[in-house]
Each structure stands twice: as structure tokens, then as C-alpha cells.
Design a protein around this ligand. Structure first.
Ligand code: PXG
Length: 443
């Protein structure tokens, strides 16, 4: 094995994202290498990756096929502009992504992150209505507890209070939110999709009437919400949202930044649930997180309405990024999607799902556990919060698990699990076994 890089001695310059900087820098936990299912720390400890990085390394770490594709591309074309010029690999990547999307969503707009994908999708929705002579459709509807990244658009339709608080007077106007569907009095310890909660979608009907449906541009939801603590959609809920949007001429956006590319045992959550939105946002696993990359898949008619509305020779959508379709990200995407197909990775995730579900639900009787929920290779274990210190118990579980060689995520008092889809049975046992042991140790 290659030698580990030396740990940095000065941690002060890097302002870390979504991190308790002072606490982290007092007791830093660093990751210096990664291969397959494991990270290694600078002192050589191996840590099982129970979260695929941040829900993104679905094929496991250090895949040679992806690395080779990136280095090959670097030697051929390191960078090329995507404004008024193109490069073959960008088009090829779009074709590959389109081939994995639900039928009809075959126009692909590249971004560099999930946040940019969310903002791009919202802008495309507004542009679509305007192009069709319905410029009054400007209202956007998100959902409580939704996470659509950190741009002003995504933050505005998002529903995580802590992310909005500091910026609340500058959020987008004309936004409303559906209620979330999480209610432990009805859907605790669900295996897969909870039976209760489809009726929560009817709230959309009410919001549309409140605002006048002809003013509403789009509804954006995560088909399975991850960051907020793993909320699995109730049976029939997404179908009902689809119906109401269709009836009212409102576009439906699924934010699939964490669900796209195998997490739920299919290329997309849309495919898994059999519900097709008008736009899908994605990032993360699109190229196994090897190079920053995001995208929006757009229904062909939506694309055509925008692109055909502009006068010939004018830019139809004044939107894009310097790094849209970056050659290295595109090369990584093509190699990753090939790898997913060749190794039948999504099918493997689907096959593993019952084993994963069983292992997660075995923690039902562990101390502090008030809910276990799961779908695909995602599980959430919700803990009772400590009196007066919400989140503290989960934070301690996270830290102790890490020190015991297992990486999990936590948000509030929910532990989230989303391992690479290459996980083996005994690693599933190690993952949940370590958590069970730690739960017996913490107060
Ligand atoms: N949409 C969704 C649904 C996401 O989950 C984003 C947008 C933003 O993506 P970028 O690439 O801009 O970060 C996300 C990101 C967690 C966790 O622990 C989840 C995300 C990011 C970091 C941590 O659940 N999701």
C-alpha cells in the first residue's frame, strides 16, 4: 500500500463547510485515503464507509476504470469552454445520462453540484412557462424538511429551518411549502414505503387553490429525502403529487441528488417508484463523485418549448457554468455509468435490500431508538434526543462509531446509512453491529 500523506499541521486557513469549525479543529478527524469500502485515517486506521462519502461513492472508492478515464481525458483535452462551443465528450456524457433516465427526460443540462442542479431546474421551469406565454407562473413550491442545496433558489424552496435562518429576509419571493410526511405516531418502524401518508399530497391541491394554480410554476421534492434524516415517501404519495401537477399545468421536479444512480436499486427513484416527473436533478453518484458534476434531466417538450421560443441565433436560456460538461467530469461520468452497467450494480443493490433492511431493523430494540426506516440501500435510525440537547446523542454515536472504525452520518438525532452499493454481507453486519454496541455505551 502507498504511504499516507502527512497530516496537515495548520488547520486554521480552511473554513470548513457545514462543520462546527471550532469543535472540529480541537479534535479533528481526518481521512487520508480510500479504497473500496474503506477510508484510512492519517495514522493508518481503517474506517468502513457507511455513507458512500456523502451519498455519492456508489461504486466504492478508488475505482481504476474511473481513474483511468479521467487521466486519459486529461492528456487529450483538459478543459474546453461550453458556451457557443462544444467538445465531443460532453455530448457523449449527456447521451449516456439520458439513456438512464425515465423515457422522455432526455435533454441534459450539466452543472457542477446538486445545488446548481436545483437552481438550474427552478430557472428552467420559469423559462418554460414564460416561453409558452404563461409568464405569470412564477410561484415555486417546496416542502418542509426539504434539502435542495445552498443556492438562494434551493435554499428558498428548501425546508430546513437552520439553513434558512441567517438568510431569511433575502430568500426568493413567491415560494410556499408542503408539509413533510414524517409522523412517528403513524409510520414508525416502517419497512420500505409507509402505508400512511398519501393524503398529505392533497395539501398541494389546497396550496394551488390558495395561490391560484395559474401562478404556480413548479413543485420540487426529494422523492426520498436524505439530508433531513431519511424520509421515505408514503405509498401513493408521489403518484398523487404527479396527478395534481399534471391537472394544473405545474411542472414536477424530483431532486434526485442522492437517489439517482442506484441508491434505491434502480437508476432513479422515479424508476423505482414508477412516477415520472418533468425534471430530475442529480449529482454525486453521476460519476462516483470523482470530479464535481451535476445535471438536470429535462422532459423533451420542456426543453423544446424553451429552445424553440428564442429567435434563431439568440441564446435561448441565459444560464450556465464555466465548468458545465467539464471534460474530466464528463469522462468520469461515462466511465462510471459504464461501470454501473457492467457490474449490474443497481440490481445488486436491489438484491441486497432485504439483508440491509433486516440488519437495520435489528436495532429496533437497541437503547434510545425510536424509529428505523429504510428503502433501497438507505436507512435512518432515529434516536430519542437528550433532554435540552437535541442532536447531542447522535453526534456522540457518530464520533464513537468513527473511533471504532465505522463511518455513519447524523442529522439532528437521526443516524443515516447509505453505503457504497458494493457492500458485502459481513460489512453490513459490521456497520449495524458497531452502531448497536455504541448505542449500549452512550447515555
Ligand atoms: N439536493 C439534495 C437532495 C441533496 O441531498 C443537494 C441538493 C446539494 O448538493 P451539493 O452537491 O450542492 O452539495 C443535496 C446534497 C447529508 C448530506 O449528510 C447531504 C447532502 C450534502 C451533504 C451532506 O445528508 N446532499
Amino acid at each position: 500500500m502507498s504511504s499516507q500523506p502527512t497530516p496537515p499541521t495548520d488547520l486554521s486557513n480552511l473554513w470548513m463547510p457545514f462543520t462546527a469549525n471550532r469543535a472540529f479543529k480541537r479534535t479533528p478527524r481526518l481521512l487520508a485515503g480510500a479504497q473500496g469500502m474503506y477510508y484510512t485515517t492519517p495514522d493508518g486506521q481503517s474506517v468502513l464507509d457507511g455513507t458512500a462519502g456523502l451519498w455519492c461513492v456508489n461504486a466504492g472508492h478508488g475505482r481504476k476504470e474511473i481513474r483511468d478515464a479521467i487521466t486519459r481525458q486529461l492528456a487529450v483535452l483538459d478543459y474546453a469552454p461550453s458556451f457557443q462551443l462544444g467538445h465531443p465528450i460532453g455530448f457523449e456524457a449527456a447521451t449516456r445520462v439520458a439513456s438512464m433516465m425515465p423515457a422522455g427526460l432526455d435533454r441534459i443540462f450539466f452543472t457542477n453540484s446538486g445545488s446548481e442542479a436545483a437552481d438550474s431546474a427552478l430557472k428552467i421551469a420559469l423559462a418554460y412557462h414564460r416561453a409558452r406565454g404563461e409568464a405569470q407562473r412564477t410561484r415555486l413550491i417546496g416542502r418542509e424538511r426539504g434539502y435542495h442545496g445552498v443556492g438562494f433558489g434551493g435554499m428558498s424552496v428548501g425546508g430546513i429551518p437552520g439553513n434558512r435562518k441567517t438568510f431569511s429576509s433575502n430568500l426568493l419571493p413567491s415560494v410556499d411549502h408542503l408539509s413533510h410526511t414524517h409522523d412517528l405516531s403513524h409510520n414508525a418502524f416502517s419497512r420500505g414505503q409507509p402505508a400512511w401518508g398519501a393524503h398529505m399530497a392533497d395539501e398541494l391541491e389546497r396550496l394551488l387553490q390558495l395561490h391560484d394554480p395559474s401562478t404556480v410554476a413548479a413543485v420540487i421534492v426529494e422523492p426520498l429525502a436524505g439530508s433531513t434524516g431519511v424520509l421515505v415517501p408514503p405509498q401513493g404519495y408521489l403518484e398523487r403529487l404527479r396527478e395534481i401537477c399534471t391537472k394544473n399545468g405545474v411542472l414536477l421536479i424530483f431532486d434526485e441528488v442522492i437517489t439517482a444512480f442506484g441508491r434505491l436499486g434502480a437508476a432513479t427513484a422515479s424508476e423505482r417508484f414508477g412516477v415520472t416527473p418533468d425534471l430530475i436533478t442529480m449529482a454525486k453518484a453521476i460519476n462516483n463523485a470523482a470530479v464535481p458534476m451535476g445535471a438536470v434531466a429535462v422532459r423533451r417538450e420542456v426543453h423544446d418549448a424553451v429552445v424553440q421560443a428564442g429567435a434563431e441565433g439568440t441564446i435561448e436560456l441565459a444560464h450556465g457554468y464555466t465548468y458545465s460538461a467539464h471534460p474530466l467530469a464528463a469522462a468520469a461520468t461515462i466511465a462510471t455509468l459504464d461501470l454501473y452497467r457492467q457490474t449490474r450494480l443497481f440490481e445488486r443493490a436491489r438484491e441486497l435490500e432485504p439483508v440491509f433492511e433486516q440488519a437495520a431493523h435489528a436495532l429496533r430494540e437497541a437503547p434510545h431508538v425510536i424509529d428505523v426506516r429504510n428503502l433501497g440501500l438507505v436507512a435512518g435510525i432515529e434516536l430519542a434526543p437528550r433532554d435540552g440537547a437535541p442532536g447531542a446523542r447522535a453526534a456522540e454515536v457518530f464520533a464513537r462509531c468513527f473511533d471504532a472504525g465505522v463511518m455513519v452520518r447524523y442529522t439532528g438525532d437521526t443516524l443515516a446509512f447509505s453505503p457504497p452499493l458494493i457492500i458485502e454481507g459481513e460489512q453490513i453486519t459490521q456497520l449495524f453491529g458497531t452502531v448497536a454496541k455504541v448505542l449500549r455505551e452512550v447515555r
